[in-house]
Design a protein around this ligand. Structure first.
Ligand code: G1P
Ligand code: ZN
Length: 543
């Protein structure tokens, strides 16, 4: 075994996006591509001496090779100890949990989240810091800067390590510990939620389907929901992680989890349905005949937080990403706590949680979580709902209906235009940005524009400023139209159009969501020229 210095040259485009570096597998397979990015991480954090690092991923195609490469590079950079999930597996929330529990310096997480996997699919890598959360922009930018100036990387020539057996071994002077990927996470969940009450719920005949979508949360959900909480075998479906997610899109929304939605709308539906994504940080909550929007789920969790033992003392504050509906803001107001509006991406929540300003965070993109870790957490949200259902013994639809009756309903939908021509998308955003000053004060199809801006975030903790985080058109009645370009797509550009309408009157809480938002959708198209500019006459995905 010896440490090699390998000559390399920079690859263009290694700037991390909303959540790390995501590219096609084929791009990652180029010699030196992964190595360069990992080298840049080590240069940015100042090497590995005396440090513990966590490594794991969602098990998608290329995960195993990438883990071996990272282990050999960690050894070359003098890392003292690496904790790696058995089989190279760690869900994103579990990785965050392990970093915090073992006081690691950080972690390298391998995932492209909900993007499809397999040889023709996507792969991704990101660095998380010692609080367990995604590296903030100043670190991701430093990593990027290093990738653009590299001339060599360092790697041990040690043979591949057996990562399928628990235990400790060595590469060079680095201790590599293969850990159970589920144990630490499951123990944490047991401390946050009333497992006894949930066990009693299942014992009483309560039925559930958890769709793991052939992704990483299968083993976590089986251990916790079936083994620890006593749900019958078969409650967790598609529970075997596969390298290509069974050919499906591991994104828990009503479009990609259509089978689960059909089951929940059909005769003999179980009491509760849920799904999570490729790396286990997203969640979808479904009741009989009702899919709960992630924005509503955040608000409902906040309003009922004290029912879960881990939150019995109340919550400090809530943070939501800007495009997420304002349903949580109303709960925060009622509770007399602050509600922060941040740019899209979980990394912006870390400072707020570290400073103890917020307890709960959420995004409209099926992401919900709390300060128990520093990532969003799919199974956590599902367990929160189970705790809520066990404590109230009410059906999901009733819980949601009662929440709307109390706080009003925020009709909400996101329209995605995927893989559109990048220049057309940029052109649309630029033109819209230029129109913002003249939009304020105008009336558009009966909606009076109160404010129109390009969202800028001033981090109240470290004072950093993030500009151009999405175009907001806010109406007098609280309705909103938001436009932004995706930072996670790997093909052309993806335009996200977010629509929200607030309806206080319970007599009007039964409208069809798209009908309720039709007028706002028309206004959005009118002011942006979206359809004309992109040549698309309808969104690719509506959630
Ligand atoms: C998307 C979601 C965003 C989420 C991110 C990572 O990013 O919109 O809320 O944090 O995935 O899961 P986008 O593609 O919109 O940049
Ligand atoms: Zn994810």
């Amino acid at each position: 075994m010896s440490i090699q210095t390998v000559a390399t040259r920079p690859f263009a485009g290694q700037r991390p996006g909303t959540s790390g570096l995501r590219k096609k597998v084929t791009e990652f397979q180029q010699p030196g591509y992964l190595e360069n990015f990992v080298e840049a991480i080590f240069l940015t954090i100042g090497g590995g001496a005396g440090r513990t690092l966590v490594v794991g991923g969602d098990g998608r195609y290329f995960n195993r090779e990438a883990v071996q490469t990272i282990l050999r590079m960690a050894a070359a950079h003098g890392v003292e100890r690496v904790l790696v999930g058995r089989g190279g597996i760690l869900s994103t929330p579990a990785a965050s949990c392990v970093i915090r529990k073992h006081a690691a310096h950080g972690g390298i997480l391998l995932s492209a989240s909900h993007n499809p996997g397999g040889p023709d699919g996507d792969f991704g890598i990101k660095y998380n810091i010692e609080n367990g959360g995604p590296a903030p922009e100043k670190i991701t930018e430093a990593i990027f800067a290093h990738t653009q100036a590299l001339t060599s990387y360092r790697i041990s020539d040690a043979p591949a390590l057996d990562i399928d057996v628990l235990g400790t071994s060595r590469i060079e002077n680095t201790v590599v510990e293969v850990i159970d990927p589920v144990a630490d996470y499951a123990a944490l969940m047991g401390r946050l939620f009333d497992f006894e009450a949930i066990r009693a719920l299942f014992a009483g005949g309560f039925t559930m389907r958890f769709d793991a979508m052939h992704a990483v949360s299968g083993p976590y959900a089986k251990t916790i929901i079936e083994d620890m909480l006593g749900a019958p075998a078969g409650t967790v479906i598609n529970g075997e992680p596969r390298e290509d997610f069974g050919g499906h899109h591991p994104d828990p929304n009503p479009v990609n989890a259509a089978e689960l939605i059909a089951l929940m709308n059909g005769p003999g539906a179980p009491d509760f349905g849920a799904a999570s994504d490729g790396d286990g940080d997203r969640n979808m909550i479904v009741g009989r005949g009702i899919a709960v929007t992630p924005s509503d789920s955040l608000a409902i969790i906040a309003a009922n937080a004290t029912l879960a033992p881990g939150y019995a003392g109340g919550i400090k504050g809530i943070a939501r990403s800007m495009p997420t509906s304002t349903a949580a803001d109303r709960v925060a107001e009622a509770l007399g706590i602050s509600c922060f509006e941040t740019p899209t991406g979980w990394k912006y929540f870390g400072n707020l949680m570290d400073a103890n300003l917020v307890t709960l965070c959420g995004e409209e993109s099926y992401g919900t979580g709390s300060h128990h870790i520093r990532e969003k957490d799919g199974l956590w949200a599902v367990l929160f709902w189970l705790n809520l259902l066990a404590a109230t013994r009410k059906p999901v639809a009733q819980i949601v209906g009662e929440h709307w009756a109390r706080f009003g309903r925020n009709y909400y939908s996101r329209h995605d235009y995927e893989a559109v021509d990048a220049a057309a998308a940029d052109g649309m955003m630029t033109a819209l940005r230029e129109r913002l000053p003249e939009l304020a004060g105008r009336t558009l199809d009966g909606h009076q524009v109160a404010e129109a801006d390009d969202f800028e975030y001033n981090d109240p903790v470290d004072g950093s400023v993030s500009t151009r985080q999405g175009i907001r058109i806010i109406m007098r009645d609280g309705s909103r139209i938001v436009f932004r370009l995706s930072g996670t797509g790997t093909e052309g550009a993806t335009i996200r159009l977010y629509l929200e309408r607030y309806e206080p009157d319970p007599a009007r809480h039964d409208l069809d969501t798209q009908e309720a938002l039709a007028s706002l959708a028309a206004v959005a198209d009118d002011i942006s020229g979206l359809r004309e500019r992109t040549g698309r006459d309808r969104p690719t995905v509506v959630t």
